[in-house]
Design a protein around this ligand. Structure first.
Ligand SMILES: C[S@@+](CC[C@H](N)C(=O)[O-])C[C@H]1O[C@@H](n2cnc3c(N)ncnc32)[C@H](O)[C@@H]1O
Length: 261
């Protein structure tokens, strides 16, 4: 499976079902590592190891979240980053949406047991068709979740709809590296996409789709040197785990603004 804005509806529906099944099967395994479900996390100056807590701390300032904002976390997993953000930023209201009913149930339990339950909300749904009014959000976050989309044109016009004028989108994700892939790289990439049921576009594909949807002030940075991946031993037990020797992926960060109409 590869990313393509012109995918046939049948491919899109099949992939949606695959994503729901994937998270039903694997969410409990990821929860052994914590409630933030990301393959690569930020290193910080104070801590050079793999720490979801330190990474969430770094992400808050990189995404520039501010007190008083209303934020959408698109593809929110079990709500770890939502809860971290609401706990550390006063008056932040955050809505997470996941396509996985299984994850949403766990997220709701975590929210109910947190002291910020009045400011964190979880929804079940597809981020291509959001159950929110126009201009509701100051920011939209995609934390290792945008790459699942096979329909960027639809996705970013929907995100532009729910963002207020001047609001911004923050994407942090795994991307396929730019340029020609060797035969081994192409084989591993295809297998990685199949296992993870994720389209894994290049950064250029995402930036072009954002521009085509009218986003401006684009910032796109290869953040691979700032990221540390899960230690290998932490992957044991994951049913779909396999090792890759030449996987052509990079981590990237993209920020863009919804300009005035
Ligand atoms: C790797 S997890 C990241 C979870 C979360 N952002 C975090 O950092 O903990 C990917 C998430 O994207 C969600 N996702 C994938 N496709 C989606 C879609 N079409 N609509 C909503 N959520 C989607 C999955 O359900 C899952 O929650």
């Amino acid at each position: 499976m590869n990313h393509d804005t012109e995918k046939k509806p049948v491919d899109v529906l099949r992939q949606r079902d695959d994503v729901i099944r994937y998270w039903e099967e694997l969410t409990d395994y990821y929860l052994e590592f914590g409630t933030t479900i990301q393959a690569g996390v930020f290193r910080t100056p104070d801590f050079d190891g793999y720490s979801l807590e330190a990474s969430n701390h770094a992400f808050l300032s990189r995404a520039g979240l501010q007190s008083g904002e209303v934020v959408l976390d698109a593809g929110c997993g079990v709500g770890g980053p939502c809860l971290y953000a609401a706990t550390h930023i006063p008056d932040l209201e955050i809505h997470g949406i996941t396509i996985s009913p299984y994850q949403a149930k766990i997220a709701q339990r975590l929210i109910d047991n947190s002291p910020v339950s009045d400011r964190v909300h979880v929804h079940i749904g597809d981020y291509h068709e959001l159950p929110f009014p126009d201009g509701m959000f100051d920011r939209v976050l995609f934390l290792e979740s945008a790459g699942y989309s096979l329909q960027f044109k639809l996705l970013f016009s929907e995100i532009a709809r729910v963002l207020r004028v001047g609001g911004s989108i923050y994407i942090k994700d795994v991307f396929c590296r730019e340029g020609e892939l060797s035969a081994v790289e192409a084989e591993e990439m295809a297998e990685f996409r199949r296992i993870t049921v994720c389209g894994i576009p290049t950064m250029t594909q995402v930036v072009s789709a954002l521009k085509a949807s009218g986003f401006s002030s684009l910032w796109a940075l290869n953040i691979t040197p700032l990221v540390i991946t899960k230690p290998r031993e932490a992957e044991f037990g994951l049913p779909r785990f396999r090792t890759f020797s030449n996987l052509p992926v990079v981590w990237g960060e993209i920020i863009a603004r919804r300009p005035p109409v």
